[in-house]
Design a protein around this ligand. Structure first.
Ligand code: G3D
Ligand code: MG
Length: 219
């Protein structure tokens, strides 16, 4: 179903949401999918007079598949764990923290989707990189993706929050270990912060959001 209630545009698999290019700068609470026919009525309906004057900070949530990106997004939004399926395309939600509005794009992390991450980069102020702290084998790939993003012109001014997720799991790597492996201390041209967390309980997520909120205030 389209986000304006229109039924006829797309057939969606349960738990998979799509986001529409036209709505990238619009605040919303829950997004399913938009069709061309519905775009303009939707703009009028969703963009209330109040929110026209509120500046919004665009955030992309990236990381390999299964890292916990979608779980984190919905913990932010609802403070509860939602059942997730691999994200095809993206989910987008508006999160408001202390009057700071973040428009968060959770982007699918499967290998086949990573080459299209750059289509989301324009106007991004924050990158949230989610790392599965138990996934030692693929940490090198996360590192490669991180440095590829940091070198991208459209992300020149972006700040990076790294979530070392799944800290509840036995034998997980600590945030310090991940930081060392990712050589975060060598990053001088982007503000960064690493935060250990558990998306299932929400532990550590607020601290990450607080860091982002404090940085958003500096812009
Ligand atoms: P993704 O969006 O990065 O691909 P998801 O990842 O949010 O879909 O999460 C992938 C799986 O990891 C889900 O399990 C989810 O419940 C689990 N997960 C996410 N965060 C944590 C965490 O902090 N700790 C633990 N133990 N598991 C977590 P399923 O079983 O549904 O595939
Ligand atoms: Mg996902």
């Amino acid at each position: 179903m389209c986000c304006c209630g229109c039924q006829g545009c797309f057939v969606l698999t349960e738990n998979i949401t799509f986001s529409c290019f036209f709505h990238s700068s619009l605040p919303r609470s829950a997004v399913t999918v938009n069709c061309a026919v519905c775009v303009f009525p939707q703009i009028i309906k969703k963009k209330s007079w109040l929110t026209v004057f509120v500046s919004e900070h665009k955030v992309i949530i990236v990381g390999l598949d299964n890292a916990g990106k979608t779980t984190i997004l919905y913990q932010f939004l609802m403070n509860e764990v939602v059942h997730t399926s691999p994200t095809i395309g993206s989910n987008v939600e508006e999160i408001v923290v202390k009057n700071t509005h973040f428009l968060m794009w959770d982007i699918g992390g499967q290998e086949s989707l990573r080459s299209s991450w750059n289509t989301y980069y324009s106007n991004t102020e924050f990158i949230i990189l989610v790392v599965d702290s138990t996934d030692r084998e693929r940490l090198a790939i996360s590192k490669e993706e991180l440095y590829r993003m940091l070198a991208h012109e459209d992300l020149r001014k972006a700040a990076v929050l790294i979530f070392a997720n799944k800290q509840d799991m036995k034998d997980c790597m600590s945030a310090a270990e991940i930081s060392k492996y990712l050589t975060l201390s060598s990053i001088k041209d982007h503000p960064w912060h690493i935060q250990s967390c558990c998306a299932l309980t929400g532990e550590g997520l607020c601290q990450g959001l607080e860091w982002m909120t404090s940085r958003a205030g500096l812009r």
